[in-house]
Design a protein around this ligand. Structure first.
Ligand SMILES: [Zn+2]
Ligand SMILES: [Zn+2]
Length: 294
C-alpha cells in the first residue's frame, strides 16, 4: 500500500494505516473507513430519490467515458452501501469503433469480489466522442440508460461528484450555455424511461479519486474533455472545500430557472435550447448500443 501521509499516520477512526486525509473534515482515513464514509454518503444521496433506489433492485453504474476510475469507485461504494439489501450492482464499460475505456484486470477482479457484475457496452456513434465535460456527462447518461434497459436494470448511477458538478456549472455559464446547468444539478434525469442519478453528488472529487487509488482501481478514459471552468475553480477553491460543499445551494436555483426556460433532450435528458436533440447529442448521436458480459 502506498502511504502518502507517511508510515506513522494512523486512521483517526480505527487506528489502521491511513491512506487519505480528507481536506474538508480533517479526518485521516484507512482504505476501509474511507470506503465506509463514501458508502454512507452514496446511501444518503440514493435516499433523496425516494423509491428509485430500493432493496432487491438492479442498478447499473456507468464507468464513465471521462472518469472511469470514479465509476469503479462508485460501484465499490454502492456495493458496500447495499450489501444487506439484495441490490444487484452492475458496472458497464463503454467502447466504440477504435476507442474504449480500459481497466486493468485486477481492478475488475476487486469489483467482482465485491459482487459487482461487469459488462461491456458497445456504442455506435454518429459524429464521434464529445470534447467538452458537459458533452461527456450527457453521453454517459445516454449510453448507460440504454445499456441498463438491455440488461434489465431498474436505474442508473453516474459518478458525478460535487466537484464535477461545479465544473459543469462554471463551464456552462462561461460558455454562455445556461441549459448546460442540468449537468450540475443533483436531480435525477429521466433517460430512455429510466432514472439516472448522480450518487456521488455528496462526495468531493478528491475523496472519490482517493477511494479509487486506495483500492487500486485503475482505468484509462476514452475522453479527456477540456473544461473552461477548471482554472476559475482552482483559483477560487484550492484548499477551500466550501465552494464544493455549497454547490447545490448555488446551482439548484439556477438549474431550476433554466428548467423553466428550456426543453429536454430525448437522448441525454439534459436541457436544450431548441426542440429535439441538444447540441451535444447532435454532435455525438448514438446509433446503437449493445451489451455483453465482460
Ligand atoms: Zn480506519
Ligand atoms: Zn442531449
Amino acid at each position: 500500500m502506498t502511504d502518502a501521509l507517511g508510515d506513522a499516520a494512523k486512521c483517526s477512526v480505527c487506528g489502521r494505516a491511513a491512506v487519505y486525509k480528507r481536506t474538508y473534515s480533517g479526518e485521516i482515513l484507512c482504505e476501509r473507513c474511507l470506503l465506509r464514509a463514501l458508502a454512507r454518503s452514496v446511501k444518503r444521496q440514493a435516499s433523496r430519490y425516494g423509491r428509485t433506489f430500493r432493496a432487491r433492485m438492479s442498478v447499473l453504474v456507468a464507468a464513465s467515458l471521462h472518469s472511469p476510475h470514479l465509476g469503479a469507485a462508485l460501484a465499490l461504494a454502492l456495493s458496500r452501501a447495499t450489501a444487506n439489501l439484495g441490490v444487484a450492482v452492475n458496472m458497464a464499460i463503454p467502447q466504440g469503433d477504435g476507442w474504449g475505456v480500459e481497466f486493468d484486470p485486477e481492478s475488475l477482479e476487486t469489483l467482482r469480489a465485491r459482487g459487482v457484475r461487469i459488462w461491456r457496452a458497445h456504442l455506435r456513434l454518429e459524429g464521434g466522442l464529445p470534447s467538452t465535460l458537459v458533452g461527456c456527462m450527457r453521453l454517459d447518461r445516454a449510453w448507460s440508460a440504454r445499456a441498463a434497459r438491455l440488461i434489465g436494470a431498474h436505474a442508473v448511477a453516474v459518478p458525478v461528484t460535487r466537484t464535477l458538478a461545479i465544473l459543469a456549472a462554471l463551464d456552462s455559464l462561461l460558455a454562455g450555455e445556461p441549459w448546460g446547468l442540468s449537468e450540475a444539478s443533483q436531480e435525477a434525469s429521466s433517460v430512455s424511461g429510466l432514472a439516472v442519478a448522480p450518487l456521488f453528488y455528496g462526495v468531493e472529487g478528491e475523496a472519490a479519486a482517493a477511494l479509487a487509488g486506495a483500492w487500486r482501481l485503475h482505468a484509462w478514459p476514452a475522453c479527456r474533455p477540456s473544461t473552461l471552468g477548471k482554472r476559475a475553480f482552482y483559483s477560487i477553491a484550492r484548499g477551500r472545500p466550501e465552494l464544493e460543499f455549497s454547490v447545490h445551494k448555488t446551482v439548484e436555483p439556477l438549474a431550476a430557472s433554466a428548467r423553466r426556460r428550456y426543453g429536454v433532450c430525448p437522448q441525454c435528458g439534459g436541457l436544450t435550447p431548441g426542440g429535439g436533440l441538444c447540441p451535444h447529442c447532435r454532435r455525438s448521436r448514438i446509433v446503437c448500443v449493445g451489451v455483453e458480459p465482460a
